[in-house]
Design a binder for this molecule. Structure first.
Ligand code: NDP
Ligand code: GDR
Length: 356
């Protein structure tokens, strides 16, 4: 383990997730020793970081170490922090699916809200509150029923799901520990960010996977919920850099990270089909709406109410000007480039493994 003033040691919760995998690559590239907490599963859950784990030469001067732990298990967190003595902690672990949080509301609060408290308290238990820099994965879902457009650090919150309510607690406990104990703790209020590594049940990845299958003749039609909600979508690779930049600032603070553009789910669907040369025409409205392929008239998109949420977030559009002015952050990947990246990856995946 590295020692001395220049130790670059980071601990990540949620290392096996989309953001955890990109952040690990980013930190290894900067020469960090990266420690990640993984939870026990009955099947392998490290596919997104396997390429970093097994090939020592891709570590680029850093090293990745994995440890069993869980956000619901305080003693595992204390033991790991005490052993690793990280300089930076990135809290990315969460039950991160908004729709699922309506079914698993108590568990979501345990992991996303109380889990964050456990981690902060574990740092204090180890006496490291003045040494560790802490990043909290906060979210644009906090804005929920939006009070203003675009949303900035000053926009009031109005959470619309058990997930967002849990993340609201986490947001405020981070602010409170910063003020109460002088911790270097930051909230990154990140708007939606996607990639070929996005979980398969989030809408963008669901669309790119299914459109890739339709393109290859593996399936005919894709089922979705609300096509009208609008999101500010960026690329996860750009967003993990912002997480790191926040912790390199002279003072801890909270920052919105967003692309500054908003698109509806319907627009994402159209862009994905356009990528494979199909134009979609919409007919009907509400649950009767369908998307037909212009050339053949075949129905390619159907609405299934099972994907509706009890309360929806209609429109998100972020204003990241504070991050731009404080540390010169701006997204590099545009909306069309994001769709292209995800479509190409899923077409390639489905060609290699049609059952994926
Ligand atoms: P993912 O769902 O891809 O990853 C979540 C990670 O948390 C996984 O590594 C998962 O482990 C881990 N995890 C879940 N429950 C526990 C637990 N009880 N103990 C330990 N680890 C656990 O999320 P993303 O990478 O997309 O997002 C990262 C963070 O950023 C999340 O907190 C999310 O809520 C937040 N966020 C995400 C945004 C986005 O657009 N992606 C936007 C704003 C915020 P496993 O692999 O075993 O399931
Ligand atoms: P979101 O992402 O809820 O914004 O949370 P998701 O991709 O799940 O939904 C975006 C929008 O698409 C609509 N939608 C569907 N969503 C899913 N998952 N499946 C469908 O079939 C479908 N059809 C329409 C949804 O109703 C919604 O309006 C993500 C997560 O990563 C959070 O952890 C993170 O905090 C926020 O982004 C910012």
């Amino acid at each position: 383990m590295a020692s001395g003033e220049d130790r670059k040691v980071a601990l990540l919760t949620g290392i096996t997730g989309q953001d955890g995998s990109y952040l690990t690559e980013f930190l290894l590239g900067k020469g960090y020793e990266v420690h990640g907490i993984i939870r026990r599963a009955s099947t392998f859950n490290t596919s997104r970081i396997e390429h970093l784990h097994t090939n020592v030469y891709q570590h680029k001067g850093g090293k990745m170490h994995l440890h069993y732990g869980d956000m619901t298990d305080s003693s595992s967190l204390v033991k790991l922090i005490n052993k690793i003595k990280p300089m930076e902690i990135y809290n990315l672990a969460a039950q991160s699916h908004v729709k699922v949080s309506f079914d698993l509301s108590e568990y979501t609060a345990e992991v996303d809200a109380v889990g964050t408290l456990r981690l902060l308290d574990a740092i204090r238990t180890c006496g490291l509150e003045k040494e560790v820099k802490f990043y909290q994965a906060s979210t644009s879902e906090l804005y929920g029923k939006v009070a203003e457009i675009p949303q900035s650090e000053k926009t009031p919150f109005y959470p619309r799901s058990p997930y967002a309510c849990a993340k609201l607690y986490a947001y405020w406990i981070v602010v409170n520990y910063r003020e109460a104990y002088g911790m270097f703790a930051c909230n990154g209020i990140l708007f939606n960010h996607e990639s070929p590594r996005r979980g398969e049940t989030f809408v963008t990845r669901k669309i790119t996977r299914e459109v890739a299958k339709i393109h290859l003749g593996l399936t005919q039609c894709l089922e979705l919920g609300n096509l009208d909600s609008k999101r500010d979508w960026g690329h996860a690779k750009d967003y993990v850099e912002a997480m790191w930049l926040m912790l390199q600032q002279p003072e801890p603070d909270d920052f919105v990270i967003a692309s500054g553009e908003t698109h509806s789910v319907r627009e994402f669907v159209e862009a994905a089909f356009r990528h494979v040369g199909k134009e979609i025409l919409w007919e009907g409205s509400g649950v009767d709406e369908v998307g037909k392929e212009k050339d053949t008239g075949v129905v390619r998109v159907r609405i299934n109410p099972r994907y509706f949420r009890p309360t929806e977030v209609d429109l998100l559009l972020g204003d990241a000007s504070k991050a731009r002015s404080k540390f010169n952050w701006a997204p590099k990947v545009s909306f069309p480039e994001l769709v292209k990246d995800m479509m190409e990856a899923d077409i390639d995946l489905m060609k290699r493994n049609p059952l994926a």
